[in-house]
Design a protein around this ligand. Structure first.
Ligand code: 5GP
Length: 215
């Protein structure tokens, strides 16, 4: 188990409805030393990418993105969520369905903070169905900027987001992938990423589906 998986086992709480509560260290109270370890790990995994900006989404992505940004020495832009939009023409907007609140949000970034020159690392706390992430990717693409990769703290591997984003050809790095959890026993199963990497290397040469659009 890596450092984040160990922390999830120690302090995460499995709730009914496939919800993992990590509010004691990740998205309410925040353990900044843990965030720093996560930032260092993202830097290691994206070492060869020319990243000049990190994009995240309010609220819980911001802390992780800011600490990670110190390892990349780049600015952070966070997308704002709003249920109504008052467009003045200078904004990139995407529609995103909220997993936790079961509603549609508009995700907004001012055009002046994202341009075609930018090489963007997208960071977020959770990946479930991938709606939030697809909104952010859409915004980067509207700006003509490049998505260099996606860094996620916790991916729920039994939901479809990870598969969709990887099939689109993006480098998606999740520090912990939860493949199953049981609200009754509190048990959490993680994907063995080292084993998967080894298997992928063995089968390298297989077809990767690449696409620059999300429809
Ligand atoms: P998605 O758009 O990928 O379906 O969901 C991503 C967002 O939903 C995350 O930014 C996170 O806020 C929230 N989310 C999804 N699943 C969980 C979960 O199990 N626990 C918590 N705390 N948040 C979640």
């Amino acid at each position: 188990m890596n450092f984040l998986e160990e922390r999830i086992v120690k302090d995460g709480v499995v709730k009914e409805g496939n919800v993992l509560k990590v509010d004691s260290f990740l998205n309410h109270q925040m353990d900044i030393r843990l965030f720093d370890q996560m930032g260092a790990e993202f830097k290691r995994r994206f070492a060869d990418k020319p990243i000049n900006k990190i994009l995240t989404i309010e609220a819980s992505g911001i802390g992780i993105a800011c600490v990670a940004a110190q390892h990349f020495n780049v600015p952070v832009v966070f997308a704002k969520k709003s249920q109504s939009i008052n467009l003045d023409g200078d904004m990139y907007v995407a529609e995103v369905e909220s997993f936790t609140h079961k509603c549609i949000n508009h995700v907004i970034v001012a055009q002046k903070f994202l341009t075609s020159e930018d090489h963007v690392l997208i960071i977020d706390d959770f990946l479930a169905n991938g709606c939030a992430l697809q909104g952010l990717i859409q915004i980067v693409q509207s700006a003509g900027a490049t998505v260099e990769g996606v860094g996620i703290a916790i991916e729920k591997g039994f939901q479809s987001g990870g598969r969709i984003i990887r099939n689109l050809g993006f480098q998606l790095e999740s520090l912990a992938i939860v493949d199953g959890m049981n609200a009754r026993t509190g048990e959490i199963q993680f994907r063995d990423q080292e084993k998967m990497d080894a298997e992928n290397e063995e089968s390298a040469g297989g077809e990767i589906c690449r696409s620059s659009t999300l429809d």
